[in-house]
Design a protein around this ligand. Structure first.
Ligand code: FES
Ligand code: FES
Length: 193
């Protein structure tokens, strides 16, 4: 699916702490503005119907499925994508995800991580029931048990009850793992500024 760009209309909000103006149809789903105009491709397209959670981003502290919200609906709000969760993959959820080796194919994982981080922002000690209620994302690889363990570990890290060595995955150097993740690419003509 491609977004339709228009020569008129401007939608302004904040993405990963940067003010952005989208010269696009205001009814464009946020997912496509992020991916097509801002090149923030960490947010994935799965179903487009709000069911799978692959497109989950954080909007004003809430986990929101970006395929089901228009850019007009986020005017003036603060959007965080997986690229903006931390500058160096040091968010406790990311550390716990690595420690628990959660990802398999990885496709659902950015949405899972964004949903988990939103959960832990409002609940520093979630129960299994809390996690099950918040984590409605679908994983075709069946990582659910590891997701649950990683969320509990991230909670311990955030409470200061545990520290983990943020070891990179095998085959990735420490320098590469710590490399700054660019939150935005250069603006594209007709898209975001
Ligand atoms: S792509 Fe948005 S919920 Fe599946
Ligand atoms: S890790 Fe493959 S879909 Fe979740």
């Amino acid at each position: 699916m491609r977004v339709r760009l228009t020569s008129h209309g401007m939608t302004k909000f904040t993405v990963n702490d940067r003010p952005v103006q989208y010269h696009m149809d205001p009814q464009t789903p946020l997912l496509w503005a992020l991916r097509d105009a801002s090149n923030l491709t960490g947010t994935k397209y799965g179903c487009g119907t709000g069911d799978c959670g692959a497109c989950t981003v954080d909007i004003d502290g809430m986990a929101i499925r970006s395929c089901r919200v228009t850019i007009a609906a986020v005017e003036g709000r603060f959007v965080t994508t997986i690229e903006g969760l931390s500058p160096d993959r040091s968010h406790p959820v990311q550390e716990a995800w690595a420690a628990q080796n959660v990802p398999q194919c990885g496709y659902c994982q950015s949405g899972m991580i964004m949903a988990a981080s939103a959960l832990l922002r409002r609940n520093r000690d979630p129960s299994d029931a809390d996690i099950d209620a918040a984590m409605t994302n679908i994983c075709r690889c069946g990582t659910y048990p590891r997701v649950r363990e990683a969320i509990k570990q991230a909670a311990r890290i955030m409470r200061g009850d545990e520290r983990v060595a943020a070891t990179p995955a095998p085959g990735i150097s420490a320098a590469e793992a710590a490399r700054h993740v660019p939150g935005m690419s250069a603006p594209r003509r007709g898209g975001a500024q």
